[in-house]
Structures are given as structure tokens and as C-alpha cells.
Design a protein around this ligand. Structure first.
Ligand code: FAD
Length: 458
């Protein structure tokens, strides 16, 4: 090893430097998915941009592997690594809302719950995911799919600019008129290009939503899924509903007789007038015999955090995903068959709509390629008990194997495990080559490679 010593690095930063011998190490190395058990050589909990630059310089000079950690939620554990250095942004918080410009400046280490809280006070929101503890960094850079996607696009469609520390330690701004190639690549290309220390988002006027779940018994799933596929295609953009297979959790919000029952459901989120939404949803909510229907007006952050208690950090997770254009009758049949074998209470399958506003942005306009599909499908085996790791993994893989032939080919990067280069290329399709060129320009040595990796063009 050469270059800056660990002691010198300690002197250069305002944040915290955590090594394996430190008491704080075991807690600090943990990520959200307890199936990931990596042991970095060093964790730098950065307090500011200067710390990020110091950590990057240290890693470069000492030829260390680098992982960037935002919220630590990545399923494949891409926010950490073995032996290298983790640049942990979790202390880099702060949300500044400009209510006149309808923008929010967000620190690179924020979670979405923090952003929702800050923007809700002004009756505004950034379109994001469905769990409030997820990090802004990873979710945004991969795309960002959620309840508001049909109406307001992906999270990246609302990203106006980003401050990025590059592999050589320089800070650059990426936006529509500064480093445009980097701005293009950041919107879907993940953490491949540098550490984003600050995001500027456009805010959308969302304060309350008409939202909540409707559940049907699994025996009715075939009919519900077929109705859903037609319904969502024709629904106005301010009506969103993602489809799910799940087991009703033993939570007070659900009647006791449903606890532990396997069901299919739609989780609604409507942003238009309540009376219009009621009319629109009526034919679906009255289909068959729903066993639970709990839709009403709520503050947007309430919907965003509704599933948080069900999925605390520390569970075992195994993910498989695909994009889906059409849901054929055969695919529906296979879904129902595999859903009937949901292995544990937390395991689930979701189909998130990615049509509407998402499709008004052209496929080559950002790095996120799959804008011409209808859903992002994700199958997740989840359980608190490490003894069930193999069971949930096998179920998710078998389910995915059966449905993959009915998919569009690639998957949403943020729903993937470490699945190899072919899957990464399949996901970026014809945007991959351009991404590789941008990678070559901004990170020619592939310094940032703990991610869904884009190799620098040769
Ligand atoms: C329970 C749960 C629910 C989810 N729901 C949704 C959903 O509804 N919609 C959706 O789109 N996704 C969803 N996701 C997926 C989520 O988008 C990814 O897991 C994402 O990687 C999490 O981001 P993070 O910052 O928390 O992750 P981390 O593990 O901290 O980071 C993941 C990767 O992102 C990159 N990264 C993170 N921050 C930065 C940064 N500031 N600068 C540069 N690179 C960075 C790094 O490459 C890192 O390796 C969900 C995940 C979980 C666990």
C-alpha cells in the first residue's frame, strides 16, 4: 500500500472513520438485507462533500475497492463490500424546499421519509418508491418507480441536477446544461459514475391521496389479475394501482380472521378528485368478493410509510425481477400457481405500473431504457429467520424462471441481485453502449464498480 495513511485520513475528515477493531463496526457494516454479511476494511461516515473527496482520494491512492452507501437498502447489498472502503452518506442529510420554484435540494444521504416530510408541509412531493426508509441515492440513480409514476413519471424524470464527486476527486454538477452526458447517464445508470452528494428535484403538487389496499382471496386471483391488466391500461394517469400477491400480516389494521391468509391485492393511489377516483375504482373494488377494502383519503407521507412496519431492517431478502409488457393468460396462470406457494408471511410479488407519464419520456432520453413496457415485476422471498434463506431463495428463483419467458427481457436495476453482465446489458439494451462511453469519460478505471456495473468502453 502507498499514499495517505488511515491516521492521515482520520485527520482530514469531520465525519467518522470506523475500522473492524472499533466497537461501532458491527452496527455500521450492517445493511438493510440481513442476507448480506460483508466486512469492509474501512467505513467512512462522511459529514460533508470534503469528507467524500478525502475518502475517494484515500481509496484511489491505496487502490481500494469502493462501495457507496446511501440508505443501505439495495437487495444485492451494493451499498457495502468485502475488504474495501464504504463511503457512507447517511449523515449527509438536509432537505431545502423552494416553494416558489417548486424544487427540493436533497442531501445525498437522505431517506425518502425525510424528503416526504419536508415537502409535504408545502403540499408537494417527489415521485418515489413505496417504502419511506429507502435511500434517495440508490433509488433515484436506478430510476425510481412508485405510486406517482403513472402521473408524474419516474424519480429521475423529476431530477433537475446532481452534485457528483468523480473518481479523480473532482466535484462536478450534472444537469441539462452542465455535463449533459453525465446527467443523462445518472438518470438510470446507478452509482457507476461517482458519489452524488446532493440532488435537486422538481416537486409535484401532491398533498393528500385517495389510497389503500383491496384484497381478494387467492381463489379469485385469476379473475382479479385479468381484470386488473385491462383496467390499468385504460385508467387515467392519476389512478395508480400496483398488483400484489401477499399473506395478510397479523397487524391491527387487518381483521384477525384474515391474519396469515394468502391473498391477491391492488394497492391504490389516486391523485385526482376523490369522487372521480371512487367512480373509476368501483368496478374493480366490486369485482368478486374482496375480503378487505380499505381505501380513503390520507396524507401522501402516510401512504409512503404504510408498509414500513411490515418490512423493518434486518430481514432476509432474495429478489428477482423483470419488466413486463403484456400479461398473457398463461402468465396469469403461472403467477397464481407460484403465488399459492408463497413461502413465508413477508414474501410477495408486485407488479408496478410503468406506463403513463413514464412513457412520455423517450427511451433514449435518459439511461433508463425500459419505458415501453407496462410493469416492473418483482418477486421477493423475505423472512426474518436466516434458517429460511434457502427456502425463500428457491421459491423466488423458481417463480422467476417460470415467468421470465413472458417478460420483456431486462429488469429494473434496483430490483436485481448481483446477476452478471448479461443481465445488466439486457436491462440497458441500446443505451448500454452510450453508458459505456460516459463511464469511460468519467470513470475510466472502473473505480466505482460495486454496482450493476457498466464497463468503460474500450
Ligand atoms: C423494502 C424495499 C422497498 C423498495 N421499494 C422500491 C420502490 O417502490 N421503488 C423503487 O424504485 N425501488 C424500490 N426499492 C429498491 C431500491 O430502489 C434499491 O434497493 C436502491 O438501491 C436503494 O437505494 P439505497 O440508497 O437505500 O441503497 P444503498 O444500498 O445505500 O445503495 C445502493 C447502490 O446505489 C448507489 N448509490 C446509493 N447512493 C448513492 C449516491 N448518493 N451516489 C452514488 N451512488 C449511490 C450505489 O451504487 C450503491 O451501491 C425498494 C427496496 C427495498 C429494500
Amino acid at each position: 500500500m502507498s499514499g495517505v495513511s488511515t491516521d492521515q485520513l482520520r485527520g482530514r475528515i469531520r465525519g467518522q472513520l470506523i475500522q473492524p477493531s472499533d466497537e461501532a463496526y458491527d452496527q455500521a457494516r450492517r445493511v438493510y438485507n440481513a442476507m448480506i454479511d460483508k466486512r469492509p476494511g474501512l467505513i467512512v461516515v462522511c459529514a460533508d462533500v470534503a469528507d467524500v473527496i478525502a475518502a475517494i482520494d484515500y481509496a484511489r491512492e491505496n487502490r481500494m475497492l469502493v462501495a457507496i452507501r446511501g440508505g443501505g437498502h439495495n437487495g444485492g447489498g451494493l451499498g457495502t463490500c468485502d475488504g474495501g472502503i464504504v463511503i457512507d452518506l447517511s449523515r449527509m442529510k438536509g432537505v431545502r424546499v423552494d416553494p416558489t420554484a417548486h424544487t427540493a435540494r436533497v442531501g445525498g444521504g437522505c431517506t425518502w421519509g425525510e424528503v416526504d416530510h419536508a415537502t409535504h408541509a408545502f403540499g408537494m412531493a417527489v415521485p418515489t418508491g413505496t417504502i419511506s426508509t429507502t435511500g434517495v441515492g440508490g433509488l433515484t440513480l436506478g430510476g425510481g418507480i412508485g405510486h406517482l409514476s403513472r402521473k408524474h413519471g419516474l424519480t429521475i424524470d423529476n431530477l433537475l441536477s446532481a452534485d457528483v464527486v468523480l473518481a479523480d476527486g473532482r466535484l462536478v454538477v450534472a444537469s441539462s446544461d452542465r455535463n449533459e452526458d453525465l446527467y443523462w447517464a445518472l438518470r438510470g445508470g446507478g452509482g457507476n459514475f461517482g458519489v452524488v452528494t446532493s440532488f435537486l428535484f422538481r416537486l409535484q403538487p401532491v398533498k393528500t391521496v385517495y389510497a389503500g389496499p383491496t384484497f381478494w382471496p387467492l381463489e379469485q386471483a385469476d379473475g382479479v389479475m385479468k381484470l386488473y391488466r385491462e383496467f390499468i391500461n385504460d385508467a387515467p394517469e392519476d389512478v395508480n394501482g400496483f398488483f400484489a400477491f401477499l399473506t395478510v400480516p397479523p397487524a391491527p389494521m387487518f381483521p384477525e380472521h384474515l391474519h396469515g391468509r394468502k391473498v391477491c391485492g391492488i394497492v391504490w393511489c389516486c391523485t385526482g378528485s376523490v369522487s372521480e377516483a371512487e367512480k373509476r375504482l368501483e368496478p374493480v373494488r366490486q369485482f368478486g368478493k374482496p375480503v378487505f377494502d380499505h381505501v380513503g383519503t390520507m396524507p401522501h407521507p402516510a401512504l409512503q410509510s404504510i408498509f414500513d412496519p411490515l418490512y423493518p431492517p434486518g430481514l432476509q431478502w432474495y429478489w428477482r425481477a423483470d419488466f413486463v409488457k403484456e400479461l398473457s393468460d398463461q402468465a396469469v396462470e403461472l403467477h397464481v400457481e407460484h403465488a399459492s406457494r408463497l413461502p413465508t408471511m413477508h414474501s410477495t410479488m408486485h407488479l408496478y405500473p410503468v406506463d403513463g407519464a413514464v412513457q412520455r419520456v423517450c427511451r433514449s432520453e435518459t439511461a433508463f431504457s425500459y419505458r415501453d413496457v407496462t410493469w416492473a415485476e418483482v418477486i421477493v422471498g423475505v423472512d426474518p429467520d436466516p434458517a429460511n434463506k434457502d427456502r425463500i431463495t428457491a421459491w423466488a428463483k423458481e417463480y422467476w424462471d417460470a415467468l421470465h419467458p413472458y417478460s420483456a427481457g431486462g429488469a429494473y436495476v434496483n430490483f436485481m441481485m448481483e446477476e452478471g453482465q448479461d443481465r445488466v446489458r439486457a436491462t440497458y439494451r441500446d443505451n448500454y453502449q452510450r453508458l459505456a462511453m460516459v463511464k469511460k469519460k468519467y470513470d475510466p478505471t472502473n473505480f466505482f464498480r460495486v454496482n450493476q456495473n457498466i464497463h468503460p468502453a474500450s
